[in-house]
Ligand binder design. Structure first.
Ligand code: NDP
Length: 246
């Protein structure tokens, strides 16, 4: 019952699922949120439990203000030591790409609700139940550093807001010993961006290493930021992008 507790939003698949498992290997009890993938989220919980930790799957749409904040209280109620949270990973995100003129008002509202407002609200709910040593890690994108072509206006805009949020969180929560950092993945082989998809080769060529990354390669950096080695790292942007921005 003395394990540290982490909440990973969007942890049923991809980078979030890999992060949940990496944190479980590092000794955390882990809650994951999902919207569609109940079975997948429950499978992540089973794998967390197989690593000897406690797991929890919470259906919580980051676009829903109430659900986003409730995910924190459910996590601390079910897994938390004295209602505390040690690590928040703001991973849930959606990509809506397309020419500027094709993006609808509904697209804009949905992307900002999930990628920006949801991250703000979960962070706002988490901060009061965090203590010195707690960590907030947010997932951005390499497209905040270098946009390789057209179609990324809405997505890049939404993710760029998270840089400002992260730096401001670092300043605001630093006095309490809480760190906030952002990780910028390059092209990562997940359902969102499969390495065998129609645009895959172009993306791989944009990196210095000439390949997609894996979800676990991102998860390892998140786990570093969540762990003791990163105690003095805050307000930082870490690229895990195979040299996409090089
Ligand atoms: P996936 O689409 O593979 O997985 C997304 C995860 O987020 C799923 O667990 C999904 O749950 C969950 N999710 C989606 N919408 C919501 C929502 N509204 N509320 C809560 N959870 C939600 O994405 P990736 O793993 O590829 O991406 C993870 C993060 O990394 C995202 O923020 C993405 O923008 C970012 N990123 C990804 C890159 C890539 O190349 N893959 C590159 C750069 C950044 P459900 O099972 O319910 O669908």
């Amino acid at each position: 019952m003395n394990s540290k507790v982490a909440l990973v939003t969007g942890g049923s698949r991809g980078v979030g699922a890999a992060t949940a498992l990496r944190l479980a290997r590092d000794g955390f009890d882990v809650a994951v949120t999902y919207v569609q993938g109940k079975e997948a989220a429950e499978e992540v919980v089973r794998r967390v439990e197989a690593l000897g930790r406690r797991g929890l799957a919470v259906r919580a749409d980051s676009a829903d203000a109430g659900e986003a904040a409730d995910a924190v209280s459910l996590t601390t109620e079910r897994l938390g030591r004295h209602g505390r949270l040690d690590v928040l990973v703001n991973n849930a995100g959606i990509g809506v790409l397309g020419p500027l003129e094709s993006l609808t008002l509904a697209d804009v509202d949905r992307v900002l609700a999930v990628n920006v407002r949801g991250v703000f609200l979960v962070s706002q709910a988490a901060a009061p139940v965090m203590d010195a040593g707690s960590r907030i890690v947010t997932i951005g994108t390499c497209m905040t550093k270098y946009v390789p072509g057209p179609g990324g206006t809405l997505y890049a805009m939404s993710k760029s807001a998270l840089i400002g949020l992260t730096k401001a969180l670092a300043r605001e929560l630093g006095a309490r010993g809480i760190t906030a950092n952002i990780v910028h993945p390059g092209p990562i082989d997940t359902d969102m961006n499969p390495a065998d998809g129609p645009y895959a080769s172009g993306q791989a060529e944009m990196t210095a290493l000439g390949r997609f990354g894996t979800a676990d390669e991102v998860a390892r950096t998140v786990a570093y930021l969540a762990g003791p080695a990163a105690a003095y790292v805050t307000g930082a942007e870490l690229a895990v992008d195979g040299g996409h921005a090089a």
